[in-house]
Design a protein around this ligand. Structure first.
Ligand SMILES: [Zn+2]
Length: 479
């Protein structure tokens, strides 16, 4: 059974879906005013790894992930940075700031970055969520929810006409982050530290009254023209698409507070029960020793890998070589090394007529159990490396086993192509296997000259390769 580290419980917990056989996951998605960098992508990989592991045990998995395209104040609470915030932008709306600097409509920019996010996920083998709702298209849900929270006495209209959540109206605030209300200090955005529009400094905006100057991303509501606070969109989408019992909620560690803490308070207050069963967070990624940020100028995108000629699945493999709860310092050298390993495994898979009968089921089970054990993917890669290197194991067994494990790994080891036919009972030496794989790649790119060079090379090694409808056929040459 799948076990994951539950941030609220501060322990690794067994994950038992509320509905038997059906796992529901809510994943905090991107704010689409700029590209997601590779550190963000590591977080977005998390629900995919959980889903693949659950699938392997026959579970149905439903993932909902939000697209934040309505903009939000960077820090609605005045309680200080959540960690995801660039310095100097507090209180500004990131979507509108991006629209301003690009001179376009905020939603048009959002669609552009959303498409790039979806493409990056595909390039990393991150399965598409069942629902990918846009905040801008869920405003009525949020308005209804805010109405419910006011009705139930959990929200009020503040001095500035905005609607605020009353943090003191819930008894267990701080369950995820450990930040208790009585210990939270007011932020620095207001003279004296307290926003005069709120009853209590830790209250946060559910709905912000828009200034007259704001003409984009505003909606009419019973509380005037305005726009939603950040946290309310996740509450609204989670309840709409997944219902009142959600097994796992994922996000980056920086979202633990205040985003998830506030989201949890709102959601539970609206429904009247604890809705999310497990909160699971992925750690930060450093690159070449530093936290990636726009101001430091060291943001790395998936596109940057492609520009360097690196298959994005190599990045995925580099992530798998680490534990999602460990802060990792990634480097180009590590990504290059992962790319090399990826090529080697793909070559192994490409050359053999792997069949179900060739699968080393013990190895598959070992890898699956490691995934189930709080996604200890790094250990799984280590055992697979040893397995793939082991010269006593037949190459067809290696190929078939890697291909099956790829359901979990998501490395596209089969290159989405049928395996090369291999009509031989002989054990194929590694150098021959590698040449055959290279020839297969050459033929895929219609490089017939290279294909012929490799055929001749194989002949000198004592192997005859011919081409058939289904792929290459290999035989030992008769002397
Ligand atoms: Zn969220």
């Amino acid at each position: 059974m799948l076990r994951l580290y539950d941030t609220a419980a501060r322990a690794v917990m067994p994950i038992e879906p509320a509905e038997s056989g059906h796992l529901r996951i809510y994943a905090c998605g991107p704010t689409v005013y700029r590209d997601a960098h590779v550190g963000n992508m590591r977080t977005f990989l998390l629900p995919d790894l959980i889903a693949r592991t659950a699938h392997a045990r026959g579970l149905r998995v439903t993932i909902t992930q939000n697209i934040t395209d309505v903009g939000h104040m960077l820090d609605d609470t005045g309680l200080g940075s959540s960690g995801a915030v660039d310095e100097g932008q507090q209180g500004e709306d990131r979507m509108l700031a991006a629209a301003d600097s690009a001179g376009g409509s905020a939603l048009a920019i959002a669609r552009e970055f959303e498409a790039r996010f979806v493409a990056d996920c595909e390039r990393l083998g991150i399965g598409a969520p069942k629902h990918l709702p846009r905040a801008s298209e869920c405003i009525p849900l949020m308005i209804a929810l805010i109405g419910t929270l006011i009705e139930k006495g959990h929200a009020y209209i503040g001095g500035d006409g905005s609607v605020y959540f009353d943090a003191t109206s819930v008894s267990d605030y701080g369950a995820i982050s450990g930040n208790r209300l009585d210990a939270l200090k007011p932020g620095h955005r207001f003279e004296g530290g307290v926003d005069p529009n709120k009853r209590f400094h830790a209250d946060w905006a559910l709905w912000k009254r828009a200034p007259h100057s704001r003409t984009q991303l505003v909606w009419d509501t019973p509380w005037g023209i305005g726009f939603p606070g950040w946290h309310i969109e996740c509450t609204a989408m989670l309840l709409e698409f997944l219902g009142e019992s959600v097994d796992i909620h994922t996000g980056g560690i920086d979202l633990r507070f205040p985003h998830h803490e506030d989201e949890r308070a709102q959601t539970n207050a609206a429904v009247g029960q604890d809705v999310v069963r497990h909160w699971v967070h992925g750690e930060h990624l450093l690159f070449e020793g530093r936290k990636m940020s726009k101001s430091a100028g060291n943001v790395v995108l998936v596109e940057d890998l492609v520009t360097r000629g690196i298959d994005p699945r190599a990045l995925r493999l580099a992530f798998l070589q680490t534990h999602y709860r460990t802060q990792v310092d990634l480097s180009w050298a590590a990504v290059e090394a992962a790319a090399k390993l990826l090529r080697k495994w793909r070559q192994t898979v490409a050359i053999a007529t792997w069949q179900p009968s060739h699968v080393d089921q013990r190895m598959v089970n070992q890898v699956l159990e490691m995934f189930e054990d709080d996604l200890t993917t790094a250990s799984a890669i280590v055992v697979l490396r040893q397995f793939e290197k082991d010269e006593s194991i037949d190459i067809s067994v290696k190929a078939a086993t890697l291909a099956v494990c790829d359901e979990l790994l998501g490395l596209d080891l089969t290159m989405s192509q049928p395996a090369t036919l291999l009509h031989t009972a002989d054990v194929v030496p590694d150098d021959v296997a590698a040449l055959l794989a290279q020839r297969s790649l050459a033929r895929d790119s219609r490089d017939w000259a290279q294909s012929d060079v490799i055929r001749d090379e194989l002949a000198t090694l004592g192997w005859t390769v011919t081409d058939e409808a289904g792929g290459q056929s290999l035989r030992r040459s008769r002397n």
